[in-house]
Design a protein around this ligand. Sequence first.
Ligand SMILES: [Zn+2]
Length: 287
Amino acid sequence: MLVSAKDMLQKARDGKYAVGQFNINNLEWTKAILLTAQENNSPVILGVSEGAGKYMAGYRTVVGMVNGMLEELKITVPVALHLDHGSYEGAKECVAAGFSSIMFDGSHYPIEENVEKTKELVALANEKGLSIEAEVGSIGGEEDGVIGAGEVADPNECKRIADLGVTMLAAGIGNIHGKYPANWKGLNFDVLAEIQKLTAGMPLVLHGGTGIPADMIKKAISLGVSKINVNTECQLAFAEATRKYIEAGKDLEGKGFDPRKLLAPGFEAIKATVKVKMELFGSIGKA
Ligand SMILES: [Zn+2]
């Protein structure tokens, strides 16, 4: 059964580790992530962007697929199904479709409007027993077509949003979605420490987990980051493994064209990537 992310994140915050949010795109992605979590006895959050939800035919299809897998793959570790960077409307749709967690990304609105909309969705999430993530200070890189510039959030605005009763808070601290440029300045730990101080124990979320050096990840966890989002890294691993299979001409040998064979190396590559991240985040054995 899907669970809210609340308990797993509070345990992570208290235990000084982080739970990975791995975004899903299709059946292979979902199965690879769920099996890896189960094999490593780790809690996990499946992230679904609005674009990926649309790609998978809609939120109800996603909920049906994930619930079916939890049962048929005998997944017993805590799993949350979470809308990633949801719009106001998208968040409501996911609540109705059976997601166990939502993110409302109001970071592109003026702060007053972000506060108002977040407040409304917090009430809705509470009523249904779901967890809710809010965002302050847009995160750089590309979020489903929206380009941001690696902003650093205002800690006082973070406090205002945290005080609305959200479960977890994403704040821009110089992190970026996608690949990091060579001249990236790194995470702003002074601001992260200030946000942690003002939001008193709120589990914090680090977006753009692909390519942040391990020592920065560990330091961020020590400063209250309890959820780390990984997306691009699984995509790169999947693409590389699939390319190697094709370039080696394996699709031309025997039944190598069978999609169950063609997609197998990519599937294994996602599993390996997720495991490395769970080790780095410290969530192994914490289910
Ligand atoms: Zn993000």
